[in-house]
Design a protein around this ligand. Structure first.
Ligand SMILES: CC(C)(COP(=O)(O)OP(=O)(O)OC[C@H]1O[C@@H](n2cnc3c(N)ncnc32)[C@H](O)[C@@H]1OP(=O)(O)O)[C@@H](O)C(=O)NCCC(=O)NCCS
Length: 174
């Protein structure tokens, strides 16, 4: 699965967003299924991006669990793993359990590519509904998910710790 993150990228920068102006050209990334050999690099992306990372053992066990779909984004030029997306499928629904892109690669469409590849892969497995939770204050992720067609359909009070915060629940019907 080879994708160029520049494809389909929209416009409309605002001043306070990551990588506003002067970014290098969008890297060409390869989306590849998680393998044990990639688990360490993917967990380093997770640790750099998320406040409560699961760590490498969780990614290793995802490789053995057929209910998980996890994709890594690899910079074709440098070979660096720069992002990942993961989902857990149960019957005909799935949860997006993790999605992150290294700060220096943001705002180039890589998370959108990961999300659409996950969605396509899950739809091909017969998944009909996607769910996710996101921190209320995580404006960038909420904007990403809304752009990808997710709608807010609930809230879980004090779901997150460090810092404590509500989760916003979002759903997309495939
Ligand atoms: C959220 C995250 C995955 C987005 O990754 P990304 O590769 O920069 O996202 P994309 O370039 O595909 O952005 C797609 C859209 O999302 C929205 N978006 C992304 N980052 C944004 C930001 N900082 N501010 C506002 N909107 C943003 C925009 O609508 C953007 O489209 P546009 O660039 O055409 O305006 C990334 O910021 C990240 O890793 N954050 C930390 C981890 C995290 O919060 N993960 C989600 C947990 S639920």
């Amino acid at each position: 699965m080879e994708k160029n993150a520049a494809d389909g990228k929209g416009c409309g920068e605002s001043a306070n967003r990551d990588g506003a102006q002067g970014n290098p050209p969008a890297p060409s990334v390869l989306l590849t299924p998680l393998t044990p050999a990639l688990a360490g690099a993917v967990s380093r992306v997770e640790a750099a991006c998320l406040p409560e990372p699961w760590g490498e053992p969780a990614f290793l066990s995802m490789c053995r669990d057929g209910n998980y779909l996890c994709l890594a984004a690899v910079d074709k030029e440098s070979g660096e793993v720069c992002g990942f997306g993961a989902a857990l499928a149960v019957l005909d629904t799935a949860d997006i359990t993790g999605l992150a892109v290294l700060p220096s690669y943001r705002r180039r469409g890589i998370a959108s590519l990961l999300l659409s590849a996950l969605t396509e892969g899950l739809a091909a497995r017969g998944i009909k509904v996607l769910h996710l939770e996101v921190r209320e204050s995580n404006a960038s992720a909420r904007a990403l998910y809304e752009k990808a067609g997710f709608s807010v359909d609930g809230r879980r009070k004090n779901y997150y710790r460090r810092p404590q915060e509500d989760a916003i629940l979002m759903t997309k019907i495939l």
